[in-house]
Design a protein around this ligand. Structure first.
Ligand code: 1HN
Length: 350
């Protein structure tokens, strides 16, 4: 018997509760907090500073090699509200990964989907199901569920980036599978544009005809380059006149998010701009690409600088302020909530 035993001052009821526990049963009438008016959220608002992340990632590089068994030199951002779980929120994994010059993180695949957002640097390339993709500042690189991936640093500088995975969702569904792969030996860093980009990264509304094969469950474009994102934000900002631009990364071939479980967006706020207060169901991982400002999340206020990573828990009221021009990458589990008809959002200043 390991279930909870309820107690009562009424001897007969108390005896029933003993028997219930012995039979792994619990009385609903004694339980509280199962159905709450609004979500009860364990994830708390939190920010990890770039300075700490970089210093501790580099120190891990000094002390910890990458070997089979470890595979990745990764520091998980562990939400202080989640009792020590290595998760940034109840549904998302976020981490910084550090790769030294000459190092390689070997090939594997898993059912949790991943993405990388590069906050600084370049020189590393990742191989996605055989397709080498270079990674540089501001790029968004997808690792869809069950695709083989490995990371190589053939250059002379170490590199650090943000990894986000839907691991807690997949683990909660008891659907985690993992497999090792065979890594590429030759240096493929010279492949300037991946096959995926050549086919699907031509720009707005241009997709190839006659490329057959099964439709993947994710965007066939696996990298969104900073040059395009930056240009889109610049033009949207010129057009908007509000000092704010907000875009979503989408599958160029179909009306859907980049992957079945993860939504990716980018916001730009001009110096002095302040976004409206809003809240949504589902949690968000945000990373500051450049600028300074502030994030207000419920009753907390976090100063923001380039490289900082913060988490917005489900249904918390949040807003951004820019002191200097601010670029923020945002990823969330919104596609999952939408598919399950659980997505709600509110604009509080409207
Ligand atoms: C993983 O495969 C990577 O491939 C990074 O870079 C972080 C965290 C948990 C599980 C698998 C990677 C990961 C991960």
């Amino acid at each position: 018997m390991s279930t909870k035993r309820y107690t009562s001052h009424d001897p007969e009821l108390n005896s029933l509760y003993t028997q219930l526990a012995e039979h792994d049963l619990q009385p609903l009438w004694e339980m509280q907090g199962l159905l709450t008016k609004t979500p009860t959220v364990q994830t708390v608002p939190h920010r990890w500073s770039s300075t700490d992340l970089r210093r501790l990632a580099a120190r891990s590089g000094d002390l910890v090699p990458i070997d089979r068994g470890g595979d990745r030199r990764v520091l998980a951002l562990s939400n202080p509200g989640l009792a020590g779980a290595p998760y940034i929120s109840s549904t998302l994994w976020a981490a910084v990964q550090f790769l030294l010059p000459g190092e390689m993180a070997p090939a594997h695949r898993h059912t949790p989907a991943a993405l990388r957002f590069i906050l600084d640097g370049d020189g590393v390339y990742t191989v996605l199901d055989g397709d080498p993709v270079t990674m540089a500042r501001g790029d968004l690189v997808l690792t869809p569920a069950w695709s083989f991936h490995e990371h190589h640093n053939p250059g002379k500088k170490s590199m650090v980036w943000l990894d986000v995975l839907d691991l807690p969702i997949v683990a909660g569904l008891d659907a985690v599978f993992f497999e090792e792969g065979t890594s590429e030996k030759a240096d493929q860093s010279a492949a300037e544009r991946s096959t995926s980009e050549r086919l699907y990264g031509q720009g707005s509304g241009l997709v190839p005809v006659g490329v057959d094969g099964p439709q993947p469950a994710h965007s066939p474009l696996t990298v969104y380059r900073w040059a395009s994102t930056d240009q889109a934000l610049t033009r949207m900002l010129e057009q908007s006149g509000t000092g704010q631009a907000h875009l979503r990364f989408r599958d160029p071939t179909r009306d859907r998010d980049v992957m079945p479980t993860l939504r990716c967006e980018m916001r730009r706020l001009r110096a002095g701009a302040k976004s409206g207060r809003e809240r949504q169901t589902g949690s968000r991982v945000c990373a500051v690409l450049s600028g300074t400002g502030q994030a207000d999340i419920d009753d907390r206020t976090f100063p923001l600088a380039a490289g900082d990573i913060f988490v917005v828990p489900s249904w918390s009221v949040h807003r951004l302020h820019a002191d200097e021009d601010l670029d923020v990458f945002i990823t969330s589990d919104a596609p999952v909530l939408e598919k399950l008809s659980l997505y709600r959002s509110e604009a509080l200043d409207a």
